[in-house]
Design a protein around this ligand. Structure first.
Ligand code: IPM
Ligand code: MN
Length: 349
């Protein structure tokens, strides 16, 4: 029995989560596990209504779950930066979700904008550090609002934080990836302190993983090769900011935000799974959004919980729906409604 906190959130979040749960429930019936869900009203709507973002009591309750299934956070009437820092990033930091895991996998039948690349070429995973770097929130203003204003935003890299992220990446590579290649994505030519630490730790820890081949590339080159030679990558490990940026590029080459899922993880503790596309307010309530990203996030959640068979079968069902049914992965162009796509995947199971 797994206890799952469900946060539908804003915009199309609820539509996506509804289909994600539909598929999880179909898996529950077939693969011998049970879930108990509790819904939490968090997001822009609640903030505009009550001024509350993430009450401490809710945070405490969330710690008691096995996992959190999140739709999307983001509201057009809320100024950028409020919900991001006080809800999403606060959850990541307060729950110490130190890994952001983002698979970049092109399913058969899904269209990639990359010419001459197919499912055999686009299949890698990004392990993004999720609690430090430029996201740590250190820095500040000096002489704010004057012509001499100074704004400093620092990248925080602790040996502890870097090391646990790298260890996770090596272990993940060993356990889940037959090719066993780990690429560190950095910028050692310019960020000569931060990525010096990363690179030293990478090579030191790497000696305990002789079965994993190590590679290094600067983040700008990674962007180039993700487009030109995505088949070079197996697992990429990187800091918070670079990970944020390259995973949006990754989402595009795997067919767009309709399919891209991620997990915010702390192995052994409550972790949070989400479609990474955001709340897409312009599609809200239209039943046109692609729920496959949420469905894939659900599969990642089951994998994290140890329900490997169910996770794998959901992924296979998604692959079949992509190749045999959908006209496109884009919102409004699937040839089916949001709910119908959920039904198709549930039927496959
Ligand atoms: C993501 C998002 C977040 C991030 C924002 C919404 C704070 O872009 O999950 O990638 O930058 O991490
Ligand atoms: Mn992002």
């Amino acid at each position: 029995m797994y206890k799952i906190a469900v946060i539908p959130g804003d915009g199309t979040g609820r539509e996506q989560i509804t289909e994600g749960l539909k598929v999880l429930q179909a898996a529950e019936r077939n693969y011998g596990f049970k879930m108990e869900t509790v819904e939490y009203d968090l997001g822009g709507e609640r903030y505009l209504r009550s001024g509350e973002i993430l009450p401490d009591s809710v945070l405490e309750e969330l710690k008691k779950f096995d996992a959190i299934f999140l739709g999307a956070i983001g509201h057009p009437d809320v100024k950028p930066g409020i919900l991001e820092t006080r809800l999403l990033l606060r959850l990541r930091f307060a729950l110490d979700l130190y890994i952001n895991l983002r698979p970049v996998k092109l399913f058969p039948g899904a269209a990639t904008p990359l010419k001459d690349k197919g499912p055999a070429d686009i299949d890698f995973v990004v392990v993004r550090e999720n609690t430090e770097g430029l996201y740590a929130g250190t820095g500040g203003f000096l002489r704010k609002g004057t012509p001499q204003e100074v704004a400093v935003q620092e990248s925080v890299n602790t040996r502890y934080g870097v090391e646990r992220c790298l260890r996770y990446a090596f272990e993940y590579c060993r356990e889940k990836r037959p090719r066993k290649k780990l690429t560190l994505c950095g910028k050692t030519n310019v960020l000569t302190y931060a990525f010096d630490l990363w690179e030293r730790a990478f090579n030191e820890i790497g000696t305990s993983y002789p079965d994993i081949s190590r590679d290094y590339a600067h983040v700008d080159a990674i962007c180039m090769w993700m487009v030109k030679n995505p088949e070079w990558f197996d697992v990429i490990v990187t800091d918070n900011m670079f990970g944020d940026i390259i995973t949006d590029l990754g989402a595009m080459i795997q067919g767009g935000m309709g399919i891209a899922a991620g997990g915010n993880l702390h192995p052994g503790k409550v972790s949070m799974f989400e479609p990474i596309g955001g709340s897409a307010p312009k599609y809200t309530g239209k039943g046109v959004i692609n729920p496959l990203a949420a469905i894939c996030a659900g599969a990642m959640m089951l994998d994290f919980l140890g329900e490997y068979k169910a996770a794998d079968e959901i992924e296979k069902a998604v692959a079949r729906v992509c190749s045999e049914k959908l006209q496109s992965l884009n919102a409004g162009q699937m040839g089916y409604s949001t709910a119908e796509v959920g039904d198709l995947v549930a039927e496959q199971l």
